[in-house]
Ligand binder design. Structure first.
Ligand SMILES: Cc1cc2nc3c(=O)[nH]c(=O)nc-3n(C[C@H](O)[C@H](O)[C@H](O)COP(=O)(O)OP(=O)(O)OC[C@H]3O[C@@H](n4cnc5c(N)ncnc54)[C@H](O)[C@@H]3O)c2cc1C
Ligand code: FES
Length: 248
């Protein structure tokens, strides 16, 4: 895993939905190429720990981070308006995308952003995104430019009423593999549908983080390897795991 701390000039930091911001930073991929599904660890002035945010896009010399205000750190991020941002990048393993396979990319809520850069690596992806309601819907035009895009909300205020798994069941026979990011109950449900239909499934997990590089053990999760349960680091071994190996 090759990463570095970079001072990245801030291009823009715009609110794109209720409490959700789109931060764009200048980033040249030359010596540190970013894989889809990797994350950036953002230094927030006044805070000891960095904040992990998935790479939403890294095309065209722009690193895009889409984040929701959760607590103080992300609130401070939302007020950044100029200069440069101190970012440790690129971290984690990312999604492995192979050519010649049709992927279904599933994002739920604030787990949607990393699926954009992932979709850009796929041939003819099927993209399914789900949100609680219309006010939280993001990135639909970006996704539509990349592949077939299906939208659902819990209350039916945008797209179909229902869950991403309803749409997945309807289309699962058309795809070879699923990649997903979102809340744990959604990931668990997606993993169960994929198991039922015998489709490979990779999921991006979220855990509280400290160092972001495998040194502090804060982000441990339980996975099953060769029949045994072992602890692994979301920051270093993940955030992307084979869904069949994750012990929910
Ligand atoms: C690999 C990864 C990718 C992520 N990608 C995104 C993304 O693309 N967009 C987005 O909006 N959010 C993302 N998150 C969640 C984001 O990191 C937290 O919402 C953020 O750190 C909260 O910080 P805070 O200071 O606002 O909140 P506080 O609750 O005040 O944070 C206190 C501490 O807890 C940590 N923390 C709190 N919630 C989380 C969490 N869910 N995950 C990890 N650490 C947390 C913070 O980093 C901080 O150290 C991601 C998390 C991980 C692990
Ligand atoms: S955050 Fe320190 S080991 Fe993962």
């Amino acid at each position: 895993m090759k990463y570095d701390v970079r001072q990245l000039p801030l291009i823009s930091n715009t609110e794109i939905a209720d409490g959700i911001f789109d931060m764009r930073l200048e980033y040249k991929q030359d010596d540190l190429p970013v894989l889809c599904g990797q994350f950036a660890h953002v230094y927030v002035p006044g805070k000891t720990l960095r904040r992990p945010i998935s790479v939403c896009d890294a095309s065209g010399n722009v690193l895009r981070l889409v984040y929701q205000i959760k607590g103080e750190g992300t609130r401070i991020m939302s007020r950044m308006s100029g200069g440069s941002v101190d970012v440790l990048v690129p971290l984690g393993n990312g999604f492995k995308i192979e050519s010649g396979r049709r992927y279904c990319l599933i994002g739920g809520g604030i787990g949607v952003p990393p699926m954009l850069y992932t979709a850009k690596q796929c041939d003819d992806p099927l993209i399914i995104t789900g949100f609680r309601n219309e006010s939280l819907v993001i990135l639909q035009d970006d996704f539509k430019a990349v592949g077939e895009t299906l939208l659902c909300t819990d209350d039916g205020s945008a797209g179909r009423k229902g869950f991403v798994t309803d749409l997945l069941r309807e289309r699962i026979n058309e795809i070879d593999e699923v990649c997903a990011c979102g809340p744990t109950p959604m990931l668990k449900a997606v993993a169960a549908v994929c198991k039922e239909y015998g489709k490979p499934c990779r999921i991006s997990l979220e855990e509280r983080m400290g160092c972001g590089v495998g040194a502090c053990l804060v982000c441990a999760v339980k996975v099953r390897k060769n029949g045994e349960e072992v602890m692994q680091h979301v920051c270093k071994n993940g955030p992307v795991f084979n869904a069949e190996e994750v012990v929910f």
